[in-house]
Design a protein around this ligand. Structure first.
Ligand code: 1GP
Length: 256
């Protein structure tokens, strides 16, 4: 993908489609994706199943990032967007980075400190930065712990909507409601609905989306972009992408 076009790509996909599907690959040296070759194969299967883009990142990803990005780039022809858990989550070989601020963190490092430390290097690389407000919802999983988040309670949809609207007014291009990777409970549907009804910028939802119903209901509630990581890591190499294809087809057969 040519430089500085990933935001246009995403924005157009959000307009055209019922919902955009992104695959998160977490190159965690201790996790399921422990080699860059595994990551390349996984990305290819996900793209063949219809995913619209690959996100790379995680709370503990570091060390094998450049290699992983290069391997994925050779394997697929969709945008590769970094989803950094820290300044270690950057690579000049990606197409863009979700330049995130964890708005409900108690620690200023995650609000603006890490961003300040990484902005100059992004500029020197010419990497497209797509600003995104990142909101952690209970249970929050590893990201909640690492990001020192004041987690938004599950039964407080209005709080999430208030944070999301503040994100829009602060000028962020996207809002991400995150329950945490591998969370045993995804973002509540009434919370997604409250946020979608409140903001005009695209809404991303992820964390714990582990079934066709979970994804479809999340889109019905108003998510513009859905992210799946753990489900894809656990299924695509075993079923050749069958379950993921079914999910993506189910989204696309919904009416907009
Ligand atoms: C995590 O929202 C993403 O940052 C994806 O979560 O791994 O639970 O799909 P899962």
């Amino acid at each position: 993908m040519s430089k500085h076009h990933v935001w246009d790509y995403l924005r157009n996909k959000v307009k055209e489609k019922v919902a955009v599907h992104l695959t998160l690959i977490d190159p965690d040296p201790l996790g399921l994706i422990s080699s860059s070759k595994d990551a390349g194969e996984l990305a290819k299967l996900a793209v063949d199943s219809g995913t619209d883009g690959i996100m790379i990142g995680g709370s503990t990803a570091f060390g094998i990032l450049d290699e992983t990005v290069k391997e994925i780039k050779q394997s697929v022809d969709v945008p590769i967007i970094l989803f950094p858990g820290n300044i270690t989550g950057l690579s000049k070989f990606a197409d863009a980075v979700f330049f995130m601020s964890l708005l409900n963190s108690r620690n200023p490092y995650w609000l603006s400190g890490a961003q300040a430390m990484s902005a100059p290097i992004l500029k020197s690389w010419g990497l497209e930065a797509i600003s995104m407000a990142y909101l952690l919802i209970e249970p929050g999983a590893t990201a909640g712990f690492v990001g020192d988040a004041n987690l938004i309670p599950r039964e407080k949809p209005k709080l999430a909507a208030a944070y999301a609207l503040a994100s829009q007014y602060l000028g962020f291009k996207l809002v991400y409601l995150e329950a945490g990777s591998g969370a045993d409970a995804a973002v509540p549907l009434d919370m997604i609905k409250a946020v979608a009804q409140t903001i005009d910028i695209p809404l991303i939802v992820g964390g714990g989306l582990d079934s066709i119903d979970a994804v479809v209901n999340c889109v019905k509630a108003g998510a513009n972009i859905v992210v799946q990581g753990t489900f894809i890591e656990k299924t695509v190499t075993f079923d050749n992408g069958k379950a993921l294809s079914e999910i993506i087809q189910a989204i696309q057969s919904m009416s907009k």
